[in-house]
Ligand binder design. Structure first.
Ligand code: ADP
Ligand code: MG
Length: 330
């Protein structure tokens, strides 16, 4: 007869394993269109339901930030600032204040290549409809693009603009910030392996369970092809390209990265990819290096210890920063 007592130790061992074994451990993913792009979350979780809740929390964080930072949502904090800040100081949330401070720091670091006041002219472009400002409008409004036209006062947490007509847009940093916020949420939930991407901005938490994540850099003139694949762990990576939002007229490509010096699309590169410790930084720097061009952009990246770059120039030629050579020789 089968004696249950004889098998008790074995039964206990089996049921303990059942308790501690991640029976439903799995990769869980979600995707949603937010901030004008595709937000993708992938994570490894021992519990499917908790994993799905974590994906949902990230999506909701993106939605929260979209409602705060979008220039297209009438009552977003950004839209209110754009309407009011030229006539009087506007009290803003701590989070918005920090983002403006960070943006101004990138303006200083890049000698004005990164400048959220680009929107003073930038809002006159509509890439979907093929609309652009004419030359005299650009000449007249160019002085509005200058990050020094933004005044922040920490004591009462206000922002004001020095000139009427100044506008800001956080499109060059907001997605990276949202990705970082999402990663922080996942970390707080004890998740150790995850990827969050929002269009060209991604960040990885840990590795892909024992192997690196592989992130592709798109070939700028061939959507079906990758120009390179990078193995990454615990990093952020952002690509800025002239192929995401653009239209062409008379042989000129009008796209969404604006040189603050000219009020026109920066035209010396096809794409810039930055790899670094967080997505706020890689997002801001990929836009900046795109504006700076290959020589000045690469010099900046090689001067900064914590970032690397892959630059694809006008002829489709790829250049990499010193960090890649160091990695090769190790
Ligand atoms: P994407 O938005 O496609 O990920 P980027 O990260 O390069 O690409 O950001 C481009 C966005 O940055 C533009 O859509 C615009 O909102 C903003 N932008 C454009 N030019 C500048 C600039 N000189 N400085 C700061 N932000 C900019
Ligand atoms: Mg960017």
């Amino acid at each position: 007869m089968w004696n249950i007592l004889n098998h008790l130790p074995l039964l206990i061992a089996v049921s303990c394993c059942a308790l501690f074994q991640p029976l439903h451990a799995a990769w869980i993913s979600g995707e949603e269109a937010i901030m004008g792009t595709k937000v993708n979350v992938q994570l490894w979780h021992l519990d499917k339901r908790e994993g799905e809740a974590a994906v949902q929390a990230v999506i909701e964080e993106f939605q929260r930030l979209d409602h705060k930072l979008s220039p297209y949502i009438e009552h977003s904090e950004l839209a209110i600032v754009n309407r009011v800040a030229a006539s009087k100081p506007v009290v803003i949330s701590e989070e918005f204040y920090r983002l403006l401070e960070a943006s101004l720091e990138y303006s200083k670091l890049t000698k004005g290549a990164f400048d959220i006041t680009f929107a003073s002219i930038g809002h006159r472009y509509d890439y979907r409809k093929g609309i652009k400002p004419n030359n005299s409008t650009i000449d007249r409004t160019l002085p509005l693009i200058d990050y020094r036209n933004i005044r922040l006062v920490a004591d009462n947490r206000t922002v004001s603009f020095e000139k009427p007509g100044v506008r800001i847009d956080l499109g060059g940093i907001a997605k990276g910030y949202a990705v970082d916020q999402g990663i922080e949420l996942l970390r707080q939930r004890g998740i150790e392996h995850a990827l969050i991407s929002a269009g060209g901005d991604s960040r990885l938490l840990g590795d892909h369970r024992g192997r690196p994540w592989h992130i592709g850099i798109q070939a700028p003139r061939d959507k079906a092809r990758m120009a390179a694949m990078l193995p990454l762990v615990d990093n952020a990576i952002s690509t800025s390209g002239d192929y995401e939002r653009f239209f062409e007229r008379d042989g000129i490509r009008y796209h969404h990265i604006i040189s603050p010096k000219t009020g026109r699309s920066a035209d010396t590169l096809q794409s810039v990819t930055i790899i670094g410790p967080n997505a706020t930084r890689t997002d801001a720097l990929s836009t900046s290096v795109f504006v700076l061009g290959a020589e000045k952009g690469m010099a900046l990246i090689n001067r900064l210890q914590d970032v690397d770059a892959v630059i694809i120039d006008k002829d489709g030629k790829m250049n990499t920063s010193d960090g890649f050579a160091d990695a090769d020789s190790q």
